[in-house]
Design a protein around this ligand. Structure first.
Ligand code: PLP
Length: 387
């Protein structure tokens, strides 16, 4: 069965822009062309739009506008968090802790810092992808400056006990950063309640434009900038701001603010339906990640005995987009480091598909997806038995 229109199940990788966001951005592209650092009226009007957007996003996570730094991407925000803290620390404080399932932009930043003399520790996760808190406590040392642990994992959807980790770090006097790219706009976030010092969020995962993200930096936290220049963004990110994208990001946030609760309920229902249907109809299939503490948007299934790349390609030929892990690792023929850290074998990791749902996923799409996977697997089984 080939759907008449392509069906998209890769919202965790990126989202189509919401038409309401696009409309707002087109207005801004036409109107807000002034440089926000210019003294003249056009510049100052652009500055007003910038500060309104900052306030909208700050309010959404219970932060102050002055604590929001606009960047070009979550990758940049995560680099700024890790390197910014590392390079503003004293020589004696050089130990950073991350989890074993962080996004490559956190993991690779940490690896790079290791080559510059910083010491990096990785906290274990359990088979559900949940950070082992006792391992975290053991890894904390006198010279630890920063802990960076993601809010929800981008491959399996497991939510981490961020509030508990925030409490531990605050007590120990260690800065705490969370990469909230997969939770921002999906579940409520309150930076005060979570006790985070730094938080990353991105626009294109919430139906906003690509090329814009934020780093929340709690008042009083000192970090070094990566980009030096005209002193934009409280001196932490010099470069003329991408105002139409920032305005679009704020519009996407406003839509989430209005519809997040309803949307979460709807996606939760669809997610449960998809999980039940896959586990019931496809013998041997397994759900990866935490069955309870998870965001419903991201599902990850193993289909033992079947190659997930092949499944994804066959689904694509039918017009159905899914992924095998995070988009950044699709072309990397190594098994997913997240699934391996959770204790899956290489074979199991290679048999795993990520299916992510979003604003425009419908019940009918799920029915088509499950039927298509079942048919592909049945055909493959038949071919194997005839060999
Ligand atoms: N962090 C997480 C958890 C992600 O899922 C992603 C992208 O998938 C990123 C960071 C990096 O985002 P970007 O590639 O937009 O910079």
């Amino acid at each position: 069965m080939k759907p008449t229109k392509p069906i998209y199940f890769d919202f965790a990788s990126t989202c189509p822009i919401d038409p309401r966001v696009l409309r707002r951005m087109l207005q801004s592209l036409k109107r807000d062309f002034g440089n926000t650092m210019s003294l003249h009226q056009l510049g100052q009007e652009a500055k007003v739009s910038l500060e309104e957007a900052r306030e909208t996003i700050a309010n959404f996570i219970n932060a102050k506008p002055s604590e929001i730094i606009f960047t070009s991407s979550a990758t940049e925000s995560n680099n700024l968090a890790l390197k910014g803290v590392a390079f503003s620390s004293t020589v004696q404080k050089n130990h950073i802790i991350i989890s074993s399932i962080e996004h490559p932009c956190v993991r690779e930043s940490a690896k790079w810092l290791e080559t510059k003399g910083f010491e990096i520790s990785m906290v274990r996760v359990d088979r559900y992808g949940r950070v082992d808190i006792s391992d975290l406590r053991k890894k904390i040392k006198k010279n630890t400056i920063l802990v960076s642990i993601m809010h929800a994992n981008n491959e399996v959807g497991t939510i981490q006990p961020i509030k508990e980790i925030g409490g531990i770090c605050r007590k120990e006097g260690i800065l705490f950063h969370t990469d909230a790219v997969q939770t921002f706009g999906k579940i409520p976030i309150d930076v005060k309640e979570l006790k985070v010092d730094l938080l990353t969020a991105s626009s294109h995962k919430i139906y906003g434009p690509k090329g814009v993200a934020i780093l929340f930096v709690r008042e009083g936290v000192k970090i070094s900038p990566l980009l030096h220049g005209g002193g934009h963004e409280m001196g932490l990110r010099s470069s003329t701001v991408n105002l139409p994208a920032i305005v679009g990001f704020a519009e996407a946030v406003k839509i989430c603010r209005e519809s997040m609760k309803e949307e979460a309920k709807r996606i939760e229902k669809l997610s449960k339906m998809l999980t039940d249907d896959i586990l019931k109809n496809i013998k041997g299939s397994r759900l990866n990640g935490d069955p309870k503490n998870r965001i419903p948007h991201i599902l990850n299934f193993s289909f033992p005995g079947f190659d997930a790349h092949e499944l994804a390609i066959e689904l694509d030929l039918l017009g159905i987009a899914v992924s095998t892990g995070s988009a950044c690792s699709t072309f990397d023929l190594k098994p997913s480091s997240t699934l391996m850290a959770m204790g899956l074998s290489e074979k199991e990791a290679f048999s795993s598909l990520r299916i992510s749902l979003g604003r425009w996923t419908r019940k009918r799409d799920i029915e088509i997806l499950v039927k298509s996977i079942s048919q592909i697997i049945e055909r493959k089984k038949k071919c194997l038995s005839e060999k």
